[in-house]
Design a binder for this molecule. Sequence first.
Ligand code: BTN
Length: 253
Amino acid sequence: ESLLETSWAARPVVYEEEQASTNQTAKMLAEQGASHGTLVVAERQVSGRGRRGRPWHSPKGSGIWMSILLRPQIHPMSASMLTLVAAMAVYDAISSRVEGCAIKWPNDIVIDGRKVCGILTEMSSEQDNIHYVVIGIGINVNTDDFPENIASVAASMHVITGAYYKRAEIIADTWKAFEKYYDLFVQTENLALMVDAYNQRLVNMDRRVMIEERGHRYEGTARGIDAEGALLVERDDGTTTSVISGEVSVRGV
Ligand code: BTN
C-alpha cells in the first residue's frame, strides 16, 4: 500500500484472502455505506464471475482480483462508460510492462489476441440517481496454466513474456492511472477527452468485426468509439452503425 500514489482511488483497501467474488464483497460494503474509492482485493475467488454470468478463473496467488466502489454524481445512463475508463487505466499498467497489448472493445485487454484482463461493472441506481457503481477487474498476471476450455483464448502476462510481475505495483499503477482518466471523464460526463487515446489502443481499429446482437449477426469494419463509448461499425453498404456495449459480442473476422 505504500506504493499507492492516489488521492482517493483504492483508499481504503479492504483485503480478504478468500472471497466468493470481490464484486459481491464490494456491493455488500456499498450497502453498508462504504465510501467512494474503497477497493476490495482477494487472493483467490471461489466464484469469480465474468460478463454474461460466465465463471472467471481466479486461482490463488497468480492474478489480481479486485473491485472498486464508486459513487459518481452522474446519470445512470453514463455509468457504462466507466468500464472503458477502467480499461484505459489497466491498459497503461499492463502496457508499461508487456509489449503488444491492446484494448478489445469495450473493455478487455488482449495480448496477441489472447485475453489477459476482463472488467465487470455493476450498478445500483434508481431513476436519475446512482447509489453506487462497482467495477471489478481481473488481471491474469503470473498464472501459468489455464483450464483447457479457455487456454486458447486466455493468457497471463507471465505466459506471454516468461517474466514474473509484482502484483502490488500493477495495482498501484492501475489506480493512479484510473484517477487521471476518471477526472477527464467527469469533466464532460463522456469519453470525449480520451476518445483518440482509446482508439489508438483499440485492437479492432479498422479491422473487420462480426457483431452479434440478440441473435442477429452482421459484419463491418470497426472505426473506433464515439464519445459515448459506442463502437462505430462501417457496414458494407457504406452506412455506419453505432454499437452500444451490453448484450453484444464482437469478434474479429
Ligand atoms: C469478463 O471479461 O467477463 C469480466 C471478468 C471480470 C473478472 C473480475 S475478477 C474481480 C471481480 N470479481 C468478479 O467476480 N469478477 C470481477
